[in-house]
Write a protein that binds this ligand. Structure first.
Ligand code: FES
Length: 106
């Protein structure tokens, strides 16, 4: 099992990008839950962020793609606005262990 980071590395309404054996992913925390997705926009298959760890919109409400501004729900990765509306980010399975580690669930 691959340790990605620790829960304290990702504050509420923040996001962090990571290189993993499954490729580039990012994790964000919302209301105490952690959500992980592949760092790949379903529109043109490019990375989402324009600067390191900038995966959320200005209000930190949605995940956003910096290329054309698509917005995605944090909880399910569904695109709710933009050129890929109706498509979704690809979820990455993670596990949080009692030691506070966030692991890839492979
Ligand atoms: S490449 Fe992401 S919205 Fe177009």
């Amino acid at each position: 099992m691959h340790l990605i980071c620790r829960t304290e590395d990702i504050p509420e309404r923040e996001a962090r990008g990571f290189e993993t054996p499954l490729g580039d992913i990012f994790i964000t925390q919302r209301d105490g839950s952690f959500y992980a997705y592949q760092n790949l926009c379903p529109h043109l298959q490019v990375s989402l962020e324009y600067m390191e760890d900038q995966f959320l919109d200005r209000d930190k409400e949605y995940i956003t793609c910096s290329t054309h501004g698509a917005l995605f729900n944090v909880e399910d990765g569904a695109c709710i606005w933009g050129p890929c509306q109706g498509e979704s980010l690809t979820k990455v399975a993670i596990e949080i262990h009692s030691d506070g580690g966030i692991y890839l669930n492979t």
